[in-house]
Design a protein around this ligand. Structure first.
Ligand code: 13P
Length: 358
């Protein structure tokens, strides 16, 4: 048992606080490049002040804490302040939201494979975790990316192994420095695969992650999983119903994840805002053998209509906050299986980006 960790009790308490039913995580950790792509679409210049103003808008949304238990930051945000001059980590603390930090440094090629990747950032991770803890962070994110290609057999064994052990080593380093790790093995939606093929890959990847985490003595009671959902590929020409996605996704977790894991916070991966919510809602209607809190850690699916409503104009702040709160509330209800659906056509727009990098 991994009992040596001095942060053990704190990690368990942090993970449980994030996994509060009715709430989820706002992934607002877009790197400077990624937020630039989002700003391009609404014709906003990607400068520090605009990034700060947008993050202020999100975090000062009225009663955000009723639906959001944790917020993931990009490093820059730890030192930025609200319009009122309050450091963002302090603002979150005042609202009872746990601060998270993206600690991976993106991906690099896994040479010899068909364009597969592994994650960078392990070398100085312990030092960075200590610094982020001092700055108020209590959880972390590390996004590993795997792709499905039925013709070339991706993901390769090498990619599955390398990414699983990267995630596990990251998780162990975080836990030994006081941060709850979000373990994120994202299987991209790209491809023409069926939902059955997606299921087989997710099962293989998740099982490998579990084995690697055991090998690295990860404390399951102080960890969160952030998986993709099991669904047909984006170019398969098929769309599964929310119920089909929910059953496939939950069955896969049931077969792979230990009940000791505290919570599962899904990524949205290019789903429309509405689909991301409906899928989660269906999962939470499944009552049998689901020992984890099933919730969200959405980026695009929480922010798309908010960004559009904002458009970089101060005058639109309130309107943009309202758009954000519509999605936050809807997803909060979905964590309880109580979302009734029925949103605007806008929230049903696909947010898919091929070969997405964060
Ligand atoms: P999306 O919900 O936009 O997929 O992003 C979540 C995330 O944090 C990916 O690492």
């Amino acid at each position: 048992m991994s009992t040596q960790n001095t942060f053990r009790e704190e990690l368990i308490a942090t993970a449980r606080a994030i996994a509060t039913p009715g709430k989820g995580i706002l992934a607002a950790d877009e790197s400077t490049g990624t937020i630039g792509n989002r700003f391009d679409k609404i014709k906003v210049e990607n400068n520090e002040e605009n990034r700060r103003a947008y993050r202020d808008l999100l975090l000062t949304s009225e009663n955000i804490q009723e639906y959001i238990s944790g917020v993931i930051f990009f490093e820059e945000q730890l030192l930025q302040k609200s319009d009122e001059g309050v450091l963002f980590p302090e603002l979150c603390k005042q609202k009872g939201m746990v601060v998270g930090i993206k600690v991976d440094k993106g991906v690099k090629p896994l040479y010899g494979t068909d364009g597969e990747t592994e994650v960078q950032g392990i070398d100085d991770l312990d030092k960075r975790c200590q610094k982020y803890y001092q700055q108020g962070a209590r959880f972390a994110k590390w996004r590993a990316v795997l792709k499905i290609d039925s013709k070339t057999g991706c993901p390769s064994e090498l990619s599955v192994h390398q990414n699983a052990y990267g995630l596990a080593r990251y998780a162990a380093i975080c836990q030994n420095n006081g941060l709850v790790p979000i373990i994120e093995p994202e299987v991209l939606m790209d491809g023409d695969h069926t939902i059955e093929q997606s299921f087989a890959v997710h099962q293989r990847v998740q099982a490998a992650v579990v084995k690697a985490c055991h090998d690295h003595h990860v404390l399951w009671e102080g960890a969160l999983l952030k998986p993709s959902m099991v669904q047909p590929g984006s170019t398969s020409g098929k769309k599964a119903s929310a119920k089909e996605v929910a059953y496939a996704t939950v069955t896969c977790l049931q077969r792979t994840m230990p009940p000791a894991l505290v919570g599962v916070n899904f990524l949205s991966g290019g789903l429309s805002e509405e689909d991301a919510t409906l899928h989660l809602n269906e999962m939470n209607k499944i009552k049998e053998r689901v020992p984890w809190n099933l919730s969200f850690s959405y980026g695009r699916a929480l922010q798309a209509s908010c960004l559009k409503a904002w458009g970089g104009d101060k005058e639109n702040k309130k309107k943009a906050q309202e758009a954000f709160l519509v999605r936050a509330k809807a997803n909060g209800l979905a964590t309880l299986g109580k979302y009734e659906g029925g949103n605007s056509a806008e929230s049903s727009e696909s947010l898919f980006v091929a070969n997405y990098s964060y």
